[in-house]
Design a protein around this ligand. Structure first.
Ligand SMILES: Nc1ncnc2c1ncn2[C@@H]1O[C@H](COP(=O)(O)OS(=O)(=O)O)[C@@H](OP(=O)(O)O)[C@H]1O
Ligand SMILES: [Mg+2]
Ligand SMILES: [Mg+2]
Ligand SMILES: [Mg+2]
Length: 368
């Protein structure tokens, strides 16, 4: 095991032991639960986050960001997926991975320029030197079909690509699914303010949750003994609630969310934010409701866009469902094909939010 991962597990044990002496026995049993997976996942997400930040800094220096050249983003997507998958392979060689990207565009003569950039990027981020074939192989470990039995990981190397390009919110999201249920989630948010009340202050948050153990946050790239628990807000009156949604109206209907806010008596403007940082915002009480409302009825949400955020909100005391109130079903393959849309909210306002969503989408839900 890498020394960093061993130190991380020790630090977590000492942090948790100090939090509740009376529960020491329960802790010593629970801490062992997915402890190695948790530590490896954090290390992988942190390394991939560094890859993304490095690519973005180069983008800014080369002033390509304003040209909206998408290829550097593609480099970061591929690089981050290769780094995470290589780390997972080293520690859990038998675990399959459902990842967003594949190596198609990096192969052959057409893919050479991009491939060379990705290989350089990956080799700057991992401990061992990887050949081009090994990097492409690592990316393609993400082609697993998913399903209801056994264990597999799911990875979104950059969630919120548009946010990444704008220098706004994006996230590196990794989750472990066992027998169709999410058991562990890690979301790295390099641009999220550490303290939401200080939006111009320090940035970089890592959120993590293991089933049954609660949700925690810490500064990205900080030792785990500085983790603090996350709790959803205690708001009970929906009129006092705030909600967040996707930036793009193509990913979540802004028109329907405005109607739902009207029904709930919400007067505050929605916070529009890219990526699974929205789940983290709900988990740490910065927003009360996350609405993701279907625009195109045929779109199937991808498991990597929701798995990590889903468990983080649950473990922070919140609830997550689709727009009909049904739990998200991560056992159906690479997509959430049995669900439409997503509603995540603190416990105090979840029922009211679902009722307003159902009322607003009644016609669409009937024809779906
Ligand atoms: N039609 C449609 N409906 C819903 N979702 C879609 C749709 N098309 C794409 N996607 C996925 O949306 C992911 C980004 O979601 P966000 O909530 O971050 O959107 S936004 O950037 O704030 O607009 C985005 O994830 P990334 O590709 O990882 O950025 C896509 O997987
Ligand atoms: Mg995504
Ligand atoms: Mg992505
Ligand atoms: Mg994408």
């Amino acid at each position: 095991m890498a020394p960093g991962i061993a130190a991380c597990m020790r630090a977590r044990r000492s942090y948790r032991a100090g939090t509740a002496l009376t529960a020491a026995m329960a802790h010593s049993v629970r801490v062992a639960h997915l402890a190695k997976e948790r530590a490896v996942a954090i290390e992988a997400v942190e390394r991939a986050s560094r890859v993304c930040t490095a690519v973005f800094q180069r983008l800014v220096t080369e002033e390509t960001l304003t040209k909206k050249d998408k290829s550097p983003v593609t480099v970061a997507d591929f690089g981050a997926q290769a780094v995470v998958n290589a780390i997972l392979e080293r520690h859990f060689p038998d675990d399959p991975i459902v990842g967003e990207e594949d190596s198609k565009d990096l192969r052959g003569e057409d893919g050479r320029a991009l491939r060379d950039k990705v290989v350089d990027l990956v080799n700057a981020a991992v401990d061992q030197t990887m050949s081009a074939d090994e990097v492409l192989g690592a990316i393609d470990r993400g082609q697993y079909a998913g399903g209801a039995t056994g264990r597999h990981w799911t990875l979104d190397p950059i969630d919120g690509t548009k946010g990444f390009l704008r220098g706004e919110q994006f996230a590196v999201c990794l989750a472990l699914i066992v027998d169709g249920k999410v058991r562990l989630g890690v979301v790295g948010c390099p641009n999220l303010p550490v303290d939401a009340s200080q939006p111009l202050g320090d940035r970089g948050v890592l959120a993590v949750a293991v089933e049954g153990e609660g949700a925690f946050q810490r500064r990205l790239h900080a030792p785990s003994d500085l983790e603090t628990p996350m709790r959803v807000s205690a708001v009970a009156d929906p009129r006092d609630a705030s909600f967040c949604e996707s930036v793009e109206s193509g990913h979540s209907s802004h028109g329907d969310s405005a109607k739902i806010a009207g029904l709930l008596g919400i007067h505050r403007e929605s916070a529009r934010m890219d990526s699974q940082c929205k789940y983290v915002a709900v988990a740490r009480g910065n927003a009360d409701i996350y609405l993701r409302l279907p625009v195109d009825g045929s779109y199937e949400e991808k498991i990597w866009d929701h798995a990590a955020g889903n468990i983080i909100v649950h473990e922070a005391g919140g609830r997550v469902s689709d727009v009909s109130g049904a739990a998200l079903d991560f056992s159906a393959g690479r997509t959430l094909k049995h669900n439409k849309g997503v509603v995540a909210a603190s416990g105090g306002v979840f029922d009211a939010a679902i009722a307003a969503v159902k009322q607003t989408l009644a016609d669409k839900l009937q024809t779906a």
